[in-house]
Design a protein around this ligand. Structure first.
Ligand SMILES: *Cc1c(COP(=O)(O)O)cnc(C)c1O
Length: 264
């Protein structure tokens, strides 16, 4: 079975038991990948990605133990945050591109933002966070595949970008994030993860004070084992936990043409 053939095959999780089983299976895959490369499974955080699934299913995931959920779109995340505010220990990670006019919402409800790729967004977030009296964990998104359809900074632009971030004290920079090439071919996917790790090693030395590059968020349902072999500390997994999505992935990773005008 190739990498992404698995995707259509994940059955829908419809009970707490289904979620427990799927979470255990993913944790086992994480542990196996760690074992292969001599890593401690505790060094990899699983971020369950709940986009497109309804509140009822998110509540089942919560009952199965999920306390942090990843969402790609701000409006969808905010809607779910409001509907589920009775679960006071449930936190939200925004993992998709952000337009500056949505920074206010993210500053209000998110505990983590993984797709920082412009100073305009950094500035807007920082300003709104100061108003809210909050801080936010952020990851800088890097385009490691060279595809124009992917958001994220070009690898060679990241060093200068990091130098500018101490100006935004409400942002706690934790590391780098990437989406690999969407391909069934491991030989083309792995280099994206290698690039992110090497970039981190290179930039760590010169990172400004207060900017931490400990974390590497990379890998999803179809490719997270490869990402772990290459050093991922956060894997963002949706379909292997919730089941296959009806929505095409193009809805979340727009083509260059569909990119909003606010895009970089
Ligand atoms: C949807 C999404 C994921 C998870 O993808 P799955 O195939 O559901 O595991 C990971 N990262 C980002 C940015 C996403 O939008």
């Amino acid at each position: 079975m190739t990498l992404h053939e698995r995707h259509g095959r994940y059955p829908q999780a419809n009970t707490v038991e289904d979620f427990r089983r799927n979470l255990a299976a993913v944790q086992q895959r994480i542990a196996d990948a760690c074992l292969r490369v001599g890593r401690d499974p505790a060094s990899v955080r699983l971020l369950p990605v709940s986009k497109t699934f309804d509140e009822a299913h998110l509540r089942l995931a919560y009952a199965a133990g999920c306390r942090l959920l990843g969402e790609n779109k701000v409006q969808e995340a905010q809607r779910k945050w409001e509907a589920m505010s009775d679960l006071s220990d449930l936190q939200w990670s925004v993992i998709g591109h952000l337009q500056t006019n949505k920074a206010k919402q993210v500053a209000r409800f998110a505990s983590e933002f993984q797709a920082l790729d412009s100073l305009r967004v950094a500035e807007a977030l920082d300003r709104r966070l100061q108003v809210e009296g909050r801080q936010l964990d952020v990851f800088v998104q890097v385009n490691t595949s060279g595809e124009v359809s992917k958001y994220g900074l070009a690898p060679e632009a990241v060093a200068d970008f990091l130098q500018a971030l101490p100006a935004f004290p409400a942002l706690r920079v934790r590391g780098l994030m990437t989406l690999a090439l969407f391909s069934a071919d491991v030989a083309r996917v792995r280099p994206c993860f290698v690039l992110l790790r090497e970039l981190r090693e290179q930039l760590r030395q010169q990172a400004p004070a207060g900017i931490s590059l400990d974390e590497l968020s990379m890998g999803m349902s179809g490719d997270f084992e490869i990402a772990i072999e290459e050093g991922a500390t956060v894997v963002r997994v949706g379909q292997a936990i919730f089941g296959a999505r009806a929505m095409p992935d193009a809805y979340y990773w727009p083509t260059a043409d569909a990119r909003p005008a606010d895009g970089k």
